[in-house]
Design a protein around this ligand. Structure first.
Ligand SMILES: C[S@@+](CC[C@H](N)C(=O)[O-])C[C@H]1O[C@@H](n2cnc3c(N)ncnc32)[C@H](O)[C@@H]1O
Length: 227
């Protein structure tokens, strides 16, 4: 079981009796993230997988705004899977599927992605605040799976703090990076150029970079030959 840095319920609201966790960061970032996802999803119907959903709050919010999209949350942490399921029940939205158990360090993600029980018309993969709080092999698996499952016009939306050309974009990100590496030497804020290399190996390329509040970014990857 991978470790994770955020102990939901400590910096957000207390854990609900049904297991719903709250991430304080969700309240600060979901509107800005949706502003990047929305133009791509507008007018489309199909499936979106969220990798490393954590509490499950992003999927619930986004699903409420996009009834034509079927959302597939996922995680590998038991408590988080329980929280995602509880948020799904609480929301009662018909366009959220039960959480998939995906270990992103496995390039195949999970059997449902390729045995017919998972998304049939994958439009996009969304992943927020995961790859810096996990070993590099998680980033490798994320890109490998996205490259395998996304169609020609699909997109991978990757939210978080990133380095540019090996340099931090803000002092706060440098401090955060140090705290991550102290906690686990395999963690750390990732470099955009290193991610572009991973993407290239998976047949993907960076097609857009969107500035987010608090020195975060959304990196948008599409098919290299269609980008
Ligand atoms: C900081 S939380 C972010 C959660 C959520 N995306 C958000 O923005 O609130 C990181 C998440 O990545 C998940 N995670 C870590 N390693 C993973 C792996 N190998 N496969 C899938 N999820 C993983 C953790 O369980 C946790 O839910």
């Amino acid at each position: 079981m991978a470790e994770y840095v955020v102990e939901f319920g400590k910096d957000g609201r207390p854990v609900e009796p049904d297991g719903r966790l709250d991430a304080a960061a969700f309240h600060r970032n979901h509107r800005a993230i949706w502003a990047v996802l929305e133009p791509f999803l507008a007018g489309k119907s199909g499936d979106v997988v969220e990798a490393g959903s954590g509490t499950g709050q992003h999927v619930v919010d986004f699903a409420g705004r996009s009834p034509e999209i079927t959302w597939w949350p996922s995680d590998l942490n038991e408590q988080h899977l329980k929280s995602i399921a509880a948020w799904r029940t609480h929301a009662g939205l018909p366009n959220i599927r039960p959480p998939l158990r995906i270990d992103l360090s496995d390039p195949a993600w999970c059997p449902q992605m390729h045995d017919g029980r998972g998304p049939a018309r994958l439009l996009a993969v969304f992943c927020a605040n995961v790859i810096h709080i996990a070993p590099w092999r998680v980033a490798e698996g994320l890109f490998a799976g996205a490259g395998r499952y996304l169609p020609a016009d699909g997109r991978l939306f990757l939210y978080g703090p990133f380095k540019r050309g090996g340099k931090h974009t803000a002092v706060s990100n440098a401090v955060f990076d140090s705290s991550l590496r102290e906690r686990n030497p395999e963690w750390g804020v990732r470099d955009i150029e290193a991610l572009q290399q991973l993407a290239a190996g998976a047949g993907l390329a960076l097609v857009e970079t969107a500035e987010m509040p608090a020195n975060n970014l959304v990196l948008v990857f599409g098919r290299a030959n269609a980008a």
